[in-house]
Write a protein that binds this ligand. Structure first.
Ligand code: FAD
Length: 366
């Protein structure tokens, strides 16, 4: 920022434009499409501030932008899905956004057991690209989120019970470091960095390309069930969940996705509790979950059968146009992968959420 005020905005625009290849673009703050290229899912709560946005198309665009940013002492941030929701992202002010979406190629590795992808790829692109080969990879749950955002921090998904976290499935990554130098990290190269990339990866560099494990898609179709409850069932609902955790040692490929949400078509007054049960094939503990969740007395229940991998996320409300992918929505999901709920605390969180969504105008609105 110190240098920038000396350089002036015109020169700033000139140097940033100089960093990108002929097909890449750099937008400065006055650009017409500024709002589009800076839109974030959790805005305005998460609100990084930029002087320029560089839309990369080749890896060198990333490298050159990092070098220019260092020269003029301006911070930079890689953005792919724009779904990062930690407050720390707002610490970037007067910086350069490196928009990674142009690096979105996906290809199978030579032995068909890994895939290579560009650092700007989102989940939908990977699911569809691999599906044509009968393959799947471990990523997150939502089609609009990037592949790297979840993976570099761990990465929860429907396949984690079978193949582990998304981070466990990273084989190697080509990374542009803070000074623009490029290195590869894997189990046999820069091993320490590779270890760090699988859990705290967003802090160590910008991934230009990466290799992940892929698996044959199991032929059994998936089933998607939704149970909706009024809030008077909160205690019973979480007690039932705890009990199921106690009695079912290995549920098989069963995913429980719960959240509070306003669904006015079902309850016009108050947010409801939703339990989504997603499971594959017939060889799971799903019937036990179904019996337990029916016994609580849902006010609404829906089942969709015969879902195949390429449509799974779309049908389970995790698709690109679904509410989770739409910016600035109020919904409260539960923490991932815990084995015990405290019903009293969950009642408290519900009350906080209900109060919050009862407010008509966003408290963050300027
Ligand atoms: C609707 C929604 C659904 C979600 N679902 C899941 C889920 O199913 N499983 C799960 O584990 N998590 C999930 N999350 C959390 C999600 O993993 C994180 O918010 C993730 O960081 C978002 O990544 P992004 O690229 O979409 O966002 P961005 O804001 O673009 O990026 C997030 C962070 O990753 C960094 N980053 C982006 N691209 C690169 C790159 N190429 N190299 C290095 N760093 C990079 C950014 O600098 C930033 O620090 C979800 C979040 C939302 C909002």
């Amino acid at each position: 920022m110190r240098s920038l005020s000396i350089l002036g905005a015109g020169f700033f625009s000139f140097v940033v434009h100089g960093a990108v290849s002929s097909n890449g673009t750099a937008e400065v703050k006055s650009a017409q499409k500024w709002d589009d290229v800076t839109l974030r899912a959790a805005a305005p709560r998460v609100h990084p501030g930029y002087l320029a946005v560089v839309d990369v198309v080749v890896e060198d665009d990333v490298v050159n932008t990092i070098k220019v940013a260092n020269q003029i002492e301006v911070p930079f941030l890689a953005v792919t899905g724009a779904h990062g929701w930690t407050d720390d992202i707002s610490k970037i002010q007067d910086g350069i956004q490196i928009r990674m979406r142009g690096l979105n190629q996906v290809s199978l590795g030579p032995n068909n057991d890994t895939a290579y992808a560009g650092g700007g790829v989102v989940q939908y692109e990977v699911v569809q690209a691999l599906y044509q080969y009968g393959k799947q990879a471990v990523h997150g749950l939502c089609e609009c989120v990037s592949i790297l955002g979840p993976r570099l921090g761990g990465g929860h998904s429907v396949l984690q019970g079978t193949h582990g976290l998304a981070a466990d499935n990273l084989v190697s990554a080509k990374i542009a470091l803070h000074d623009g130098s490029v290195i590869t990290a894997s189990a046999i190269e820069n091993e320490d960095l590779f270890w760090g990339m699988r859990g705290a990866g967003q802090n160590f560099g910008i991934v230009l390309e990466f290799e992940i494990k892929v698996f044959d898609i199991h032929p059994d179709p998936w089933t998607f069930m939704t149970f909706v409850y009024n809030a008077d069932k909160i205690e019973e609902y979480f007690q039932a969940w705890n009990q199921l955790e106690d009695i079912i040692a290995d549920p098989g490929l069963v995913v429980l996705n719960g959240y509070y949400r306003k669904l006015p078509e079902i309850n016009a007054e108050k947010p409801v509790l939703v339990m989504e049960l997603i499971y594959q094939g017939n060889d799971t503990a799903a019937p036990q979950y179904i019996e337990a969740y029916r016994a609580i007395g849902p006010i609404h229940e829906v089942t969709v059968n015969n879902i195949y991998w390429d449509k799974l996320f779309d049908i389970t409300n995790l698709g690109r146009n679904d509410r989770v992918c739409v910016p600035s929505q109020n919904w409260a999901g539960y923490v991932n992968s815990i084995v015990r709920w405290d019903p009293a605390s969950m009642r408290e969180t519900y009350d906080i959420f209900a109060d919050l969504v009862a407010i008509e105008t966003s408290v963050y609105e300027e």
